[in-house]
Design a protein around this ligand. Structure first.
Ligand SMILES: *[C@@H]1O[C@H](CO)[C@@H](O)[C@H](O)[C@H]1NC(C)=O
Ligand SMILES: *[C@@H]1O[C@H](CO)[C@@H](O)[C@H](O)[C@H]1NC(C)=O
Ligand SMILES: *[C@@H]1O[C@H](CO)[C@@H](O)[C@H](O)[C@H]1NC(C)=O
Ligand SMILES: *[C@@H]1O[C@H](CO)[C@@H](O)[C@H](O)[C@H]1NC(C)=O
Ligand SMILES: CC(=O)N[C@H]1CO[C@H](CO)[C@@H](O)[C@@H]1O
Length: 413
């Protein structure tokens, strides 16, 4: 189910919590076991598919290559005329300079994180743009306990160090510049679940401040998102009995207000899966047990738009379940008069093209503001980008569907 697999992706790219013995696996693609190494060992990324607990501590095994950034380094790459000004909202729609802006496109968490060359990043964005996309969602976090590959922040157990080098935020600069050169804007999630290595604590706020400040004048960013899929429950990191939907609503209010004090240019969303809090409902995504109250969160004054994910209905009847899920969120959108986007959808089924066609036409007809598929794929210098079973390469029949969908959504109004 996508709900699980996306989470694992996200966690495997971020930091970790729990207890794994030395030399055992602690992360990597599709890995679902414990993720925190026993004392004296460090979870180390050997490759995207395999992370291992290796003896040592972050402070002794890591040689930081950069120092913590406190200065503002706005990107200065010149943008084509299509990516200027900032995306705003007007009722249930997005606008740029008063004209409608349609959010349609895909996710590509790997775009800044895979260490691809400019040539490859340009190819990837070109493939996305050719589907008719306007918007791409990606990760603005990649915390590690051991410097390796592309990472944005290093945590030595005591002190966070933001990596502003070419293998750090420089890689995000590259992705933003390439997106703009292809007429695209990015939605950037700022962390994974908020409990991850400190999450809500001061270190996370400092990281948010550094990143948001760096890009405050950047039109290539459409919006910030507080986190990828924040919630109380649902992972191998365990659950917090003290966490209720109100806990996350308060956290989202506080953090979104904090971002607005730094950056009044960009929109802010939560990045959650859109769970409702209707105890007694027959369907678990509506019951509130996950710790999200979509309707309450959409009312937060410093949250500009709502986010929904879809892809866990495949066990039962995904096609009709998705239609109801999309329609219910379009009704919430209308009731709150703020845009709502289906910002992740995906199932690995062979019949997905038919199911996606139904879901996408439901988006057009229900009035939901827009959508981003999970996830984009390209064939680059060294072959295919990561395939998690949901990836849509340009030769996939779904890619043609995305083209016709973007052509239908843009003029919808
Ligand atoms: C938005 O308005 C600004 C300021 O007038 C202008 O520089 C920019 O080109 C406009 N952008 C778009 C996409 O219309
Ligand atoms: C967020 O919470 C912190 C800690 O309780 C508090 O100091 C701060 O004023 C809050 N910020 C906002 C914008 O509400
Ligand atoms: C939301 O509002 C739009 C515009 O009025 C309408 O076309 C659409 O049917 C509404 N959607 C739902 C689910 O009520
Ligand atoms: C992860 O799971 C997906 C979907 O089942 C599969 O296509 C992919 O090959 C798996 N990756 C690894 C490294 O096992
Ligand atoms: C999915 C996930 O990792 N959930 C965690 C999010 O944060 C809460 C609060 O700390 C944890 O209890 C969850 O396990």
């Amino acid at each position: 189910m996508i709900r699980v697999s996306l989470l694992i992706f996200a966690l495997s790219l971020g930091s970790v919590l729990a207890t794994v013995p030395v030399w055992s696996q602690c992360g990597g693609q599709n890995y679902s076991g414990d993720t925190v190494c026993e004392t004296g060992t460090v979870c180390t990324v050997l490759n995207p598919f395999y992370f291992q607990c290796i003896p040592g501590t972050a402070t002794t095994t890591v040689t930081p290559t950069t120092t913590r950034s406190t200065t503002v380094s706005p990107t200065t790459t010149s943008a084509p005329s299509t990516v200027t000004g900032f995306v705003k909202t007007s009722g249930t729609r997005f606008t740029v300079n008063g004209s409608k802006y349609t959010v349609v496109g895909s996710n590509g968490y790997w775009l800044p994180l895979a260490g691809y060359s400019k040539t490859d990043v340009d190819k990837a964005f070109a493939d996305i743009a050719a589907s008719g996309a306007t918007t791409v969602r990606t990760w603005g976090f990649n915390e590690v306990t051991s410097a390796n590959g592309v990472y944005f922040q290093l945590w030595n157990g005591k002190t966070p160090t933001v990596n502003t080098g070419a293998n750090g935020l420089g890689a995000l600069d590259l992705a933003i510049a390439s997106a703009k050169a292809h007429g695209l804007r990015l939605i950037i999630a700022l962390t994974n679940n908020w409990s991850d290595f400190g999450g809500m604590d001061a270190a996370f706020k400092a990281y948010v401040k550094t990143v948001v400040t760096r890009y405050v004048n950047e039109p290539g960013i459409m919006a910030w998102e507080l986190a990828n899929e924040p919630r109380c429950k649902g992972s191998n990191t365990g659950t917090s009995a003290a966490c209720t939907p109100a806990t996350i609503t308060a956290w989202a209010s506080n953090l979104s207000a904090f971002i607005k004090t730094i950056d009044s240019n960009h929109l802010v969303g939560i990045g959650d899966e859109g769970f409702y809090n209707q105890p007694g409902s027959a369907d678990y995504p509506y019951q509130g047990g996950e710790g999200i109250d979509f309707a309450a969160n959409l009312k937060i004054s410093t949250i500009d738009f709502g986010t929904v994910h879809l892809g866990w209905g495949e066990g039962a009847a995904p096609e009709s379940w998705g239609v109801k899920w999309i329609t219910d969120h379009a009704a919430s959108q209308n009731a709150t008069n703020k845009p709502v986007i289906l910002e992740e959808f995906g199932i690995p089924d062979t019949s997905r093209n038919t199911i996606y066609a139904t879901w996408l036409s439901t988006i057009v007809n229900s009035g939901l503001a827009g959508d981003l598929i999970w996830q984009a794929g390209s064939v680059l210098t060294n072959g295919q980008t990561a395939n998690d079973g949901y990836t849509i390469y340009p030769t996939d029949p779904v890619y043609a569907l995305l083209k016709s969908h973007s052509a239908a959504l843009k003029p919808r109004g």
